[in-house]
Write a protein that binds this ligand. Structure first.
Ligand code: ADP
Ligand code: MG
Length: 166
């Protein structure tokens, strides 16, 4: 039997305390095999972003466990899990290619190598020719694509995306 790439086991997430307590997730089980594209669909406030933030290691569940490759996720794992946020969150003083290459710079990947990788990712997202543009010179959709390219550059494996509307 193949092991799930991401396994969510009996996960609950509560925010606040006592009277103000919000139950964002209750006893969630989910297994995501390698190679699958999975969408979480549900009304605003049903807990989609909370679940993604647990898989990204941005918070710990109140109960249960989240595993990646069988390993408990207790902190962000940028080499394994990339997160594409609702907002593009680009660094305004960096060009598109430098934004995409930034996570590799933090990992001390040599300049030529990281710029080549970033340019390839920009090409894949349809932004060849826009490498030197600053974020304010790009449309909203183009900024999102730069963020997607950065997410792909950052982690070779899994990507978590969040739709704009929720
Ligand atoms: N940091 C937080 N503190 C308190 N409540 C939160 C926090 N984050 C999310 N929530 C609440 O948890 C529930 C699920 O939120 P969220 O996961 O953002 O929903 P979705 O992404 O499906 O719209 C909502 O009721 C929201 O108000
Ligand atoms: Mg959301």
């Amino acid at each position: 039997m193949t092991r799930a790439l991401v396994a969510i086991r009996g996960v609950s997430q509560h925010f606040g305390a006592d009277g103000a307590r919000v139950s964002a997730l209750e006893d969630i089980d989910l297994e995501v095999p390698d190679g699958q594209f999975v969408s979480l669909v549900g009304p605003s406030g049903c807990g989609k972003s909370t679940l993604l933030s647990l898989v990204a290691g941005l918070r710990l569940p109140s109960r249960g466990a989240v595993l990646c490759d069988g390993e408990p996720i207790t902190a962000p794992m940028p080499r394994k899990v990339g997160m594409i946020f609702q907002e593009a969150n680009l660094l305004p003083w960096l060009s598109a290619v430098d934004n995409v290459a930034f996570p590799l710079k933090l990992r001390h990947v040599p300049k030529r190598e990281r710029l080549d990788a970033a340019a390839r990712m920009l090409e894949l997202t349809g932004l060849a020719g826009f490498e030197d543009r600053l974020p304010h010179q790009l449309s909203g959709g183009m900024k999102q694509r730069v963020a997607i390219a950065r997410g792909r550059c950052c982690a070779s494996g899994r990507k978590l995306g969040r739709r704009c509307s929720s």
